[in-house]
Design a protein. Structure first.
Length: 431
C-alpha cells in the first residue's frame, strides 16, 4: 500500500537481541489480506516509534529506538525493544507501549500479550516486594504451612461491628488473615475507619487468646490520596498488611502505595478483580502471568493466582505458571507461553488461591501449589454446618492432614469439624 511500506522495516528475522533489550512475546492473528510479516511489523511499529505512514523526515537516531520483530513461530512473534524506549521505574508507561494501541489495530483480528522478559537494566529501577514470602512468614510466625484467610460473606452488607465479629470467629478458628472482599471499601453501612477500629480491638483480643499472630487484608482501594490516608490509619493501628484491587486502582497508584506502605513496613495483598476482562480470552488481551510479573516488579507481596479447582476459570497449568512467575528466581522459558526471566534481587511473591474453596479442596490446592501459598476459604467456612469458627477449624484440619499426607476421610474420623464439612461438601468443585 503506497506510503505504508515502511512497516517491514520493523521486521528483522536475523536480529539477535542484546542483553539490554526488553523482549515481548505475542500471539497474533493477521486480518484478511494481511501477511504475517506485515502484521508483526505493525505490532512492532505501533508499540515503539512507528506510525501508519512513511514520514517526510526521520532523524537517523530514531532508528535506534525502533522495535524489531525477530522471531515468528506459527501465530507467535517475539519483538525486541531497545531499553531507551522505556522510562526508568515507570510501569504505566511500559503498558502504554507494549499493551496500548496495538490491541486495536485493524491489521489484526486478535492479539494477546503472552509474556515479557525484563532485562536487569530495567528491573533494577523497581523495588519489588517489601517483604516477599519469607518476610511474610516471619511477620506472621507461620514457618511452613500455607497461610489461611477468609472473607466475611456475603461479600458486602455487614456493619463494621458484624464484620469484625465474623473476623474474630475466623481468627479463633485458627486462620491467620481476615480479608475484605474486593468490592468492600467504605460504604455507608461499613465505614473504613469504623471497621479498622473494631477489627483492631478484636485482633488484639484474638492474639491474646491464641498467642498467635493475627492480621487482616483491609481494602484501601479508593482515589490515590484517600488510599494513602487509609494506609496511614492501618499503620497507626498496627496492621501489617493493606489490600489493593490492583487492576481497578491501576499500576500508577500501586507504585505510589508501594512507596507509602513500604515506608510503613507494611505488606501489600493484591486482589486482581477485573483481570478476567483481559486475560480470559485465549486469543486476545493479556495473560494473568504477565499481570503477576508486573505486580511482582512493582512490589506486591501476595496476589491472587487462581485455584484450578474452585469456582473461577484458570486450569492447573495456568495456576502453576502464575506461581512460577511469582515465586521463582530464574523463570525458565516455555515455548509460546513464557520467556526466561532473571528476577535478580526482586523477592518472591505468594500466590493466593481463592474462589469456591472449602475444606474438602484444601489438599488439592496444596498439591497444585505446594505449601508456599496463601489459601483463602471464605464461603467454604461460613457455610459450614456449625458456623464460621468450625469452618476455619475444619480447613486447618484439612491442612494438617495434607501436611501429614493423610487422606481426609481418614483424618475426619478423629476430627469432627472436618467430618461435618466433608458431609456437606465432600470434594465437590463449585461452578
Ligand atoms: C472468593 C472471593 C474472591 C475470589 C477472587 C470472591 O470468595 O472473595 O474475590 O476468589 O477470585 O469474591 O469470590 P469465595 P480470584 O471463597 O467465597 O468463593 O482469587 O480468582 O482472583
Ligand atoms: Mg471476593
Amino acid at each position: 500500500m503506497a506510503g505504508t511500506e515502511w512497516y517491514t522495516d520493523f521486521v528483522d528475522l536475523g536480529y539477535r537481541p542484546s542483553s539490554s533489550d526488553l523482549l515481548a512475546l505475542f500471539y497474533f492473528e493477521p486480518a484478511a489480506g494481511m501477511s504475517k510479516e506485515e502484521a508483526v511489523g505493525r505490532i512492532a511499529s505501533e508499540s515503539s516509534t512507528g506510525t501508519w505512514t512513511t514520514l517526510f523526515k526521520l532523524p537517523p537516531r530514531m532508528k535506534k529506538l525502533m522495535a524489531k520483530a525477530y522471531e515468528i513461530r506459527g501465530n507467535c512473534v517475539k519483538i525486541a525493544y531497545p531499553l531507551d524506549l522505556w522510562e526508568e521505574g515507570n510501569a504505566p508507561q511500559l503498558l502504554s507501549g507494549i499493551a496500548g494501541n496495538i490491541f486495536g489495530m485493524k491489521a489484526l483480528n486478535n492479539l494477546r500479550l503472552l509474556d515479557v522478559s525484563l532485562p536487569p537494566a530495567y528491573t533494577k529501577h523497581f523495588k519489588g516486594p517489601r517483604h516477599g514470602m519469607s518476610g511474610i512468614r516471619s511477620m506472621m510466625r507461620v514457618p511452613k504451612r500455607p497461610l489461611f484467610g477468609a472473607v466475611p460473606k456475603p461479600k458486602v452488607g455487614f456493619t463494621a461491628a458484624e464484620h469484625a465479629q465474623i473476623g474474630y470467629e475466623t481468627w479463633m478458628g485458627g486462620f491467620d488473615l481476615v480479608k475484605d472482599d474486593e468490592n468492600l471499601t467504605s460504604q455507608n453501612f461499613n465505614r473504613f475507619s469504623e471497621r479498622v477500629k473494631l477489627m483492631t480491638r478484636l485482633r488484639d483480643k484474638a492474639e491474646r487468646e491464641t498467642g498467635e499472630r493475627k492480621d487482616a487484608l483491609i481494602n484501601i482501594t479508593a482515589e490515590t490520596n484517600e488510599m494513602q490516608k487509609r494506609a496511614k490509619l492501618l499503620h497507626d493501628n498496627g496492621w501489617r498488611f493493606a489490600m489493593i484491587d490492583v487492576v481497578v486502582a491501576g499500576t500508577a497508584s500501586v507504585q505510589t502505595l508501594r512507596e507509602v506502605l513500604g515506608d510503613y513496613g507494611m505488606a501489600i495483598h493484591a486482589h486482581r478483580a477485573m483481570h478476567a476482562s483481559f486475560d480470559r480470552n485465549p486469543k486476545h488481551g493479556m495473560t494473568m502471568h504477565f499481570l503477576a510479573k508486573l505486580m511482582r516488579l512493582i512490589g506486591v507481596d501476595q496476589i491472587h493466582a487462581g485455584t484450578a479447582v474452585g469456582k473461577l476459570v484458570g486450569g492447573v497449568s495456568e495456576v502453576q505458571l502464575n506461581a512460577a512467575v511469582l515465586r521463582e528466581r530464574q523463570v525458565k522459558p516455555v515455548a509460546n507461553k513464557l520467556l526466561a526471566q532473571d528476577w535478580g534481587s526482586i523477592k518472591p511473591v505468594f500466590p493466593v488461591s481463592s474462589g469456591g474453596l472449602h475444606p474438602g479442596l484444601v489438599p488439592e490446592v496444596m498439591h497444585i501449589l505446594g505449601n508456599e501459598c496463601v489459601i483463602l476459604v471464605s464461603g467454604g467456612i461460613h457455610g459450614h454446618p456449625k458456623g464460621t469458627r468450625a469452618g476455619a477449624i475444619a480447613s486447618m484440619q484439612a491442612c494438617d492432614a495434607a501436611m501429614q499426607r493423610i487422606p481426609l476421610p481418614e483424618y475426619a474420623k478423629k476430627h469432627r469439624e472436618l467430618a461435618q464439612a466433608l458431609e456437606k461438601w465432600g470434594a465437590m468443585r463449585p461452578r
